[in-house]
Design a binder for this molecule. Structure first.
Ligand SMILES: [Zn+2]
Length: 391
């Protein structure tokens, strides 16, 4: 039983804490009579041996004598409950600890931080927020922890302006690690502004995103779409092509918009050479397919098929194969139609079930692009899936 093993560990820690505490008192030459291990310790041990874990814990909590070592034991006990999904018990441990008058101010801050985590786990965000706002305004060595937890709440609740405020403080305290995250938060605000049709507000926040992270792909995508919608094709192309040197893994996300804009402003040739440059720098199926579509328009299906076949030999992919069969079906020149149809059916099915985007931090995968991973809540960790079945 893993729970019992963990509890046994806690017990050993308590015993160690107790013995250390005793040794400490001896060292200080304070006069204390030799104390045997408390009665509760053995009562608790007995419960534990009988697998009555709840009673065992209850007894140990009562037996704990408060000093530096036992505060750690309490905190370990609390996080053990939290991991087992018993948040109510964790809350009780931490509240009980907070009620002790002998707690030092710094110990009290540590316990409050843990209690705030409990409240978050229990979904009591308002309570957690109130505690953390208070803790983050004081000056102490756990201020960064408090700010980080508060940030998690605001991100989860999609309260972007508050999240920005906290992240700006963290950036000042911890440095530029927070810059890409800030850029994402500014992008979230820009998207909110766009939904309210406040386009100048959106532009202001896109500029803020770039000011924090000049390689913010997302800002370029939002800006590109805005310019496209507002009919400024040259600016749209400029913003979208920026992605190729910001982070070329995300070029596939720009291609639909680029095709639309280049088509309507008669810049197909410029698009062709841009795609060739991208293919050279980072070969990928989306780029190959965009180039194939271009060749279809400008030189016809034979050139397009030749190009695609050549690329597929170098870089086989399901989507490429699928596109090739599509062309062959639309322009049949061979008698082997039946087998091609069959192959196409199979690949169609496979493509429907395949995730398109994947988080490289936690592996979360899906068909929709998320900038804020639903799995691990990291920012900017999802990207188009690579390999034979992806890009
Ligand atoms: Zn993730």
């Amino acid at each position: 039983m893993p729970d019992l093993a963990l509890l046994a560990l806690i017990m050993v820690a308590m015993l160690a804490g107790y013995l250390l505490g005793r040794a400490e008192k001896k060292k200080k030459k304070e006069h204390f009579p030799e104390q045997p291990l408390s009665k509760e310790y053995f009562v608790g041990l007995n419960y534990l041996l009988n697998e009555q874990t709840d009673e065992a814990i209850e007894t140990f909590i009562k037996a704990l004598d408060l000093n530096n070592d036992t505060v750690d034991t309490y905190l370990a006990l609390g996080s053990l409950f939290c991991r087992r999904g018993e948040v109510d018990k964790s809350i009780r441990v931490h509240q009980d600890l907070l009620a002790r008058p002998s707690l030092t101010p710094l110990q009290s801050i540590r316990v409050q931080l843990e209690l705030a985590k409990d409240y978050m786990t229990a979904g009591l965000f308002d309570r957690a927020e109130a505690m953390l706002v208070d803790l983050s305004r004081q000056n102490h060595e756990y201020r960064v922890d408090a700010l980080q937890q508060l940030l998690r709440i605001y991100e989860r609740e999609k309260e972007w302006p508050q999240a920005v405020e906290i992240t700006e403080s963290l950036r000042k305290l911890c440095g530029e690690d927070y810059a890409p995250r800030l850029a994402h938060l500014y992008c979230e605000i820009a998207e909110d502004k766009l939904r309210l049709n406040d386009r100048s507000g959106a532009r202001k926040y896109i500029r803020a995103a770039y000011s924090r992270d000049k390689n913010c792909v997302r800002a370029s995508l939002i800006l590109g779409r805005m310019e496209m919608e507002e009919g400024r094709d040259r600016d749209a192309i400029k913003a979208l092509q920026k992605v190729s040197y910001q982070d070329n893994r995300y070029v596939p996300l720009t291609l639909d918009m680029l095709e639309t804009v280049c088509h309507r402003s008669d810049q197909q040739r410029a698009l062709g050479s841009y795609l060739a440059k991208c293919l050279n720098e980072k070969p990928g199926t989306a780029i190959i397919l965009a180039m194939t579509a271009q060749l279809m328009n400008s030189r016809g299906e034979v050139s397009a098929m030749d190009f695609l076949t050549g690329q597929l030999r170098r870089q086989p992919s399901l989507r490429g194969l699928n596109a090739l069969m599509n062309i062959q079906l639309n322009y049949p020149s061979e008698p082997s139609l039946t087998s091609i149809k069959l192959l196409k059916e199979v690949t169609d099915q496979m493509l429907v079930s395949k995730p398109v985007y994947q988080c490289f931090s936690c592996g979360f995968a899906g068909k929709e692009m998320h900038w804020h991973c639903p799995g691990c809540h990291e920012w900017g960790t999802l990207a188009p899936v690579q390999g034979v079945e992806g890009e």
